[in-house]
Write a protein of this length. Structure first.
Ligand SMILES: Cc1cc2nc3c(=O)[nH]c(=O)nc-3n(C[C@H](O)[C@H](O)[C@H](O)COP(=O)(O)OP(=O)(O)OC[C@H]3O[C@@H](n4cnc5c(N)ncnc54)[C@H](O)[C@@H]3O)c2cc1C
Length: 500
């Protein structure tokens, strides 16, 4: 057992050195008191079952990069393995921990876990410092400013933060003293595991398009911030959901894992916009970052935000169950080429454009399949590199017209929507290669192609590519009626509640 005391920084969704105040607090404490410093990351034993393979690869790459960056300042990352609530109390005793720093997260599971750890720390006199550093604004302050409730519209949110000064970000570059190195500093057992070591066969994954880590995140941010005119002209609705290369920044996986600070992104955007004519929220790039802030405030202030039942902002809709349709949707086998291309891109690469997410989320829920947004959110959690508890739930509620957006009668067509930006169907040809040789005329509706055309293209519908699982033209009209009825019931229930 070590006699010296230890300061721990517990990394979770803050996998970076820049703009990491909690980490700097830990370093200062260890330096000033000549204590050991242990920056840790906890890997749960069943991580392979909790995180999809692509995201797990992104996470391990990010941890590897974090270790490299910590070593540059004479420290390292200590990977510890086990369930945090069991493992940390044990380790804190063994290491004689007296000071713990971490960032505030809002994912309901993390909140529960933190309550247990903080209770233990209180009992053992371990001083805990928590910093809010995953968002630009302090979401609790925004809620307080709104008299304790969450802003239900984006414009309301913007008005609440309009005159908030956003603090500067900090850098951590100073060398840490050798005195802070614990006796087990060199131990191999704390190294970042490989994919194989966590049970993933890397050869089964496709090429890595978006490598994880702070270094990559900062590089990507700089590339985009150097394209000043592009940033100033950015209008989200005019970006393409089906371009072969992304038409937006793909900073989301880096921001979600905390490899890139949202606050740094904010300040860089401000610098670019300064003195230039630029687009405005909600469509500008700054507007996109503000959507993130909006959903964070909503998620932080709403109980059961990731569920329909017990969630006060969520309209209760009697969704149906259909395992066969859900599976077909998740695997990109609905028989609608645009929907299938999007779901296959998601599964292969871990990222899809925001409007592509609109398309498939609407299709699964109110548009076509009438399956709960909670089911879709689970599939996204598995596949997305940028999975984020509040953004995923918030956007799914939006798309299913369960919260924040109420024009349920505006449904995306799986045929017409994609054509607007990709008439020839190049995107479909890439991700649904069975249809590669189809004439453009039929690429969005292969079932309409005469059998002879299907045979010449080498793909017969119903044999080489699935038949449509529903008929959009019919089913979306029925679903609009069901939404209408659900809205009525909810309205009546609310009126009754008000009367009581
Ligand atoms: C059903 C559904 C589920 C989603 N789930 C997630 C999720 O789990 N994690 C996630 O990060 N985003 C999610 N989004 C939001 C959005 O699609 C992605 O943030 C965006 O497409 C990421 O690409 P980008 O980095 O190129 O975005 P850009 O357009 O370049 O925007 C820059 C940044 O702004 C933020 N942002 C952009 N759009 C939104 C939005 N609508 N809501 C919140 N933040 C936004 C992201 O941090 C993004 O990186 C979801 C959207 C839908 C419709």
């Amino acid at each position: 057992m070590s006699t010296l005391q230890t300061v721990v920084h517990w990394f979770r969704l803050d996998l970076r050195l820049h703009d990491n105040l909690a980490l700097r607090n830990a370093i200062n404490e260890a330096e000033n008191r000549k204590h050991y410093l242990k920056p840790i990351y906890v890997i749960e034993p069943d991580i392979k079952n909790k995180i999809g393979a692509n995201r797990l690869r992104f996470l391990l790459q990010s941890l590897q990069d974090l270790d490299v960056n910590l070593r540059k300042i004479n420290s390292r990352l200590f990977i510890v393995k086990g369930r945090a609530v069991d493992l940390l109390p044990e380790l804190f005793e063994k290491w004689n921990v007296k000071f713990l720093t971490l960032q505030v997260d809002i994912d309901a599971e993390l909140v529960k876990q933190d309550e247990i750890i903080e209770k233990f720390c209180e009992e053992k006199d371990i001083f805990v410092v928590k910093r809010m550093q995953h968002t630009v604004y302090d979401f609790n302050s925004v809620i307080k400013k709104n008299n304790g409730g969450i802003p239900l519209t984006y414009q309301k949110f913007l008005s609440l933060v309009a005159d908030t000064q956003v603090k500067d970000t900090i850098e951590i570059a100073k060398q840490i003293s050798d005195d802070c190195k614990s006796t087990d500093f060199e131990l191999e057992e704390y190294k970042v595991p490989s994919l194989e070591e966590v049970g993933i066969n890397e050869s089964e994954l496709l090429e890595c398009k978006y490598p994880g880590g702070e270094t990559e995140g900062l590089k990507r941010l700089n590339i985009y911030m150097n394209k000043k005119q592009w940033v100033c002209n950015f209008e989200k609705p005019n970006s393409s959901p089906n371009s072969i290369e992304p038409s937006t920044t793909v900073l989301s996986p880096y921001i979600s894992h905390g490899c890139l600070s949202a606050k740094l992104f904010y300040h860089k955007l401000k610098q670019v916009e300064n003195g230039m004519k630029h687009t405005l929220p909600p469509v500008s790039l700054m507007g996109q970052l503000m959507w993130r802030e909006f959903y964070y405030v909503a998620g932080a202030g709403t109980k059961n935000f990731d569920k329909m039942v017990g969630n006060t902002v969520c309209t209760q809709i009697p969704w149906g169950k259909n395992e066969v349709h859900l599976k077909a949707w998740a695997e990109g086998k609905t028989g609608y080429p645009f929907v299938d291309a999007i779901m296959r891109q998601l599964k292969q690469e871990g990222w899809i454009h925001h409007l592509a997410r609109h398309m498939v989320a609407c299709f699964l829920t109110r548009g076509d399949l009438w399956i709960s947004w909670e089911e879709g959110a689970k599939v996204f959690e598995d596949y997305l590199l940028d999975y984020d508890w509040s953004l995923n739930a918030g956007n799914w509620m939006w798309l299913s017209a369960s919260a924040f957006f109420y024009k349920y009668y505006r449904v995306y067509s799986p045929v017409a929507f994609g054509k607007k930006t990709d008439k020839e169907g190049l995107y479909i040809r890439k991700y649904v290669p069975e249809l590669k040789k189809y004439p453009s005329e039929f690429i969005y509706e292969p079932w309409k192609a005469p059998k002879s055309v299907q045979r010449t293209a080498g793909c017969v519908v119903g044999e080489d590519y699935p038949n449509r699982i529903v008929d959009h033209d019919k089913v979306h009209k029925v679903n609009i009626q069901k939404m209408n009825a659900a809205y009525k019931v909810n309205k009546e229930k609310k009126a009754l509640k008000r009367k009581r």
